[in-house]
Design a protein around this ligand. Structure first.
Ligand code: ZN
Length: 183
């Protein structure tokens, strides 16, 4: 290796970082124009710096991971909570069917629909009614509430409509919120 090349290579890291004097930079530029080997070395060095930056970015994402994981866990817990509420409200609501609190179901069932959308998204359209039917049949079979079979099916159908209304409300809110976020 020529002495000139040796000096230039030693200075390349500083040159890349723009930390050499104007005269040195001029001298190096002239050398790099004529020497392909040193030019290749410069390219390597620049690539290395680039790789370093990429690596740094990856490390940064790594530190964000625990936070993301925590958010996911919290989200899962909220889902579990909402899911329990759905079951609880269906039990409560259907239990009120033959009582004087019956009218509250026009509020409770849409709320079940809203939670249903939160947990199941569009699949709530059939998943919540299936859940409703199962719970209502369970209540009928064990006569937790004194109710006939035809009434059980009738009320289940009616509540289903209220649940779908809740689904639609939740969907519209979700849609509007997402649109707002994008703007
Ligand atoms: Zn050279």
């Amino acid at each position: 290796m020529k002495t000139e090349c040796s000096i230039v290579r030693d200075l390349l890291p500083l040159y890349v970082e723009d930390m050499v004097s104007a005269e040195t930079a001029q001298y190096m530029r002239e050398h790099l124009q004529t020497c392909t080997e040193c030019k290749a070395e410069l390219a390597n060095l620049k690539e290395g710096t680039l790789l370093d930056t990429v690596e740094k970015n990856i490390t940064q994402t790594d530190t964000e991971k625990p936070f993301k994981r925590m958010m996911q866990r919290m989200n899962r817990q909220f889902h579990m909570f909402a899911y329990s509420l759905i079951i609880f409200f269906i039990f409560l609501g259907f239990g009120w069917t033959e009582g004087e609190n019956l009218m509250y179901n026009s509020i409770i069932m849409p709320i079940v629909g809203i939670f249903g959308y939160y947990v199941f998204r569009w699949k709530a359209i059939y998943k919540v009614p299936v859940l409703l039917l199962l719970i209502d049949l369970f209540i009928f079979l064990f006569q937790i509430v004194e109710i006939g079979f035809a009434d059980t099916l009738g009320w289940t159908g009616l509540y289903c409509i209220f649940i779908w209304i809740g689904n639609i409300i939740a969907f519209l809110l979700h849609f509007a919120f997402r649109k707002e976020e994008r703007e």
